[in-house]
Design a protein around this ligand. Structure first.
Ligand code: DMJ
Length: 565
């Protein structure tokens, strides 16, 4: 028989402390104590059980490739073996802190003046609904809140999202592209980061709504659809649909299939991919797809304009990123991406004619006048500035060093455009002269106007877009070159100066060429989702959202690469 220890009051106190510590360890989840578990409130219409008119039997569906992921090359620079080349760690954290303060101020204004609305109007300080009234800015910002360690604000938002009703919209219709990249992408990313189950439940609900848009004989979603038509099974694709819209559902739908095990989402986007593959060499510029596709009629692609700007952009971005998300297990994406990039390089890439003959690249727009006459319009769209990051990513993934070099020069081309304009911000669209080849050429002024040398401004706005800083961030992570952080800081300083309001939030500006640009009452949700996130991440440690573990959707939402460790 053993001898028991005497049970004294001090020993009891020690036991109590141990039990509390163990419990805290067990439920190491701050809101568990403060708020209790977050309850999922289902939407009032379940699109997951909606009767389909053209449903596809599960045995006929294409499954997302599973199995062992193929070995993928490292994407990020080896920062660990090269730690000394950043002289200013201290100031990097100051810069990160400055971005976080800007985000915090914006978020506080959104909470106070526009909670639950799609956007905050930053001058009138009121809310507006631009994407169905489902709190677009909140859902778009969830992952940024998490990454910036604003957990209390994150869980306030999750509480709200948990009872969001997708059947209650401020609009009669739904834009599929925006709903997919902002809402579904935002929820999946926040779930991948936090593991909070209600986020996946809400992602499944909106994924099911979007999936019903594939319920037509073509199994092709329209660009946008009225909820009434969707319920009636009357959603048909259009004869002129944005190719970026069609091609930019693959990451989100694949991730949803990976997370739920339900093959229908992957099957849906696989049908779109195969239609793109079938027509890739039947277009007026074989290898690329025009910015408008006839999704109604055999996916005919007879439009004459080819661009990595509006309506073309994320179609190409998603080819390489889908390859990454699938860990190379579907070979189509590599083939389609590399074939299309050959044409982009031959037909859209140009060296801008600049006074100092800087070794930079930009992407214009190709118009096919006749079968063999392809005209390059040397326009620089802010939207196309994502392409530097895309080329660099594809270069690493497919072992194409030449693409990394192109990506570097493209990212620097956009950074040059920022620096060239008087406020340090590039406009929405400008045009330049293209050198006859990618070799240096003599400068010929664009015009006698007040534009910076080499530029003619066509759309003078800056609407808080992310693409330029997105590429600078990706190039920093891929090359490890610290001057990208300097470029980022110069861009940030300029954007902050020109767009910050008296209330401490941020507004689009009307004309980047003016010395005191006038602000507009608009702050799109991508300011929180993308622009501030990329600025924050470039000044964060390199293992925060490593490109070897995550892949960003086109709205800046990192999705977990399932095969990564
Ligand atoms: C975002 O909604 C996405 O980045 C999209 O791909 C393009 N437009 C905006 C940002 O500019």
């Amino acid at each position: 028989m053993g001898v028991g220890l005497p049970f004294t009051p001090s020993r009891a106190a020690i036991y109590l402390i141990i039990v509390v510590v163990l419990l805290l360890g067990l439920f190491n989840h701050e809101p568990f104590f403060e708020r209790g578990p977050i309850l999922f409130v289902p939407s009032t219409y379940d699109w997951g059980t909606h009767p389909l008119k053209h449903g596809i039997p599960e045995e006929n569906m294409t499954m997302a490739p599973g199995g062992n992921p193929l070995p993928m090359p490292s994407i990020q620079h080896d920062f660990a073996s090269d730690p000394s080349d950043d002289p200013g760690r201290e100031s990097v954290s100051d810069k990160r802190g400055a971005i976080k303060r800007a985000f915090r101020q914006t978020w506080a204004s959104y909470e106070k003046h526009a909670w639950g609305r799609d956007e905050l109007k930053p001058l009138s300080m009121e809310g507006q609904d631009t994407f169905g009234g489902w709190a677009a800015s909140m859902i778009d910002a969830l992952d940024t809140l998490w990454l910036m360690d604003m957990k209390s604000e994150f869980y306030d938002a999750v509480d709200y999202v948990a009872s969001l009703d997708w059947n209650n919209s401020t609009s009669d219709s739904c834009n599929l592209f925006e709903t997919n990249i902002r809402y579904l992408g935002g929820l999946l990313s926040a779930y991948d980061l936090s593991g909070e189950p209600v986020l996946l439940s809400k992602a499944i609900e909106i994924g099911n709504l979007l999936y019903v848009a594939f319920d037509n004989p073509e199994h092709m979603p329209p660009h946008s659809i009225s909820f009434y038509d969707l319920k009636e099974g009357r959603g048909r694709p259009g004869h002129q649909q944005s190719s970026a819209g069609l091609g930019s559902m693959s990451l989100e739908f694949t991730r949803l299939s990976q997370l739920t095990g339900n093959p229908k989402y992957y099957d849906g986007i696989d049908r779109i991919t195969r239609a793109f593959e079938r027509t890739q060499n039947q277009t007026l510029l074989p290898g690329m797809w025009p910015v408008q596709i006839n999704a109604k009629n055999t996916f005919a692609a007879d439009d004459d304009t080819f661009s990595l700007g509006a309506d073309g952009d994320s179609l190409y971005e998603y080819l390489v990123k889908e390859h990454v998300l699938l860990q190379g297990q579907e070979p189509l994406y590599e083939k389609m991406y590399l074939e299309s990039m050959d044409v982009v390089i031959n037909r859209l890439l140009f060296r801008p004619m600049l006074p100092d003959q800087d070794d930079l690249l930009m992407l214009g727009k190709a118009e096919v006048i006749d079968q063999d006459i392809v005209t390059l319009r040397p326009h620089l769209e802010h939207l196309s500035c994502f392409a530097g990051g895309m080329f660099a990513l594809g270069g690493k993934v497919f072992g194409r060093d030449d693409h990394v070099v192109i990506g570097d020069k493209l990212a620097r081309g956009c950074a040059h455009a920022y620096a060239a304009f008087p406020n340090g911000i590039m406009p929405e669209i400008s045009s330049l002269h293209a050198c006859p080849s990618l070799e240096p050429c003599d400068f010929r002024p664009m015009s006698m106007t007040a534009n910076p040398p080499g530029f003619k401004t066509k759309d003078r706005r800056y609407i808080l877009r992310p693409e330029a800083i997105e590429s600078i961030f990706v190039l920093y992570r891929i090359t490890g070159n610290n001057d990208f952080r300097d470029i980022a800081w110069a861009m940030w300083t300029a954007i902050k100066k020109a767009t910050k309001t008296d209330d401490g939030t941020f507004a689009a500006i009307e004309d980047v060429t003016m010395s005191e640009p006038k602000k507009t009452d608009s702050m799109e949700s991508f300011w929180l989702a993308e622009t501030l996130k990329y600025f924050y991440l470039i000044f964060s440690d390199e293992d925060v959202i490593s490109l070897d573990e995550w892949v960003f959707n086109t709205e800046g939402h990192p999705l977990k690469r399932s095969g990564s460790t």
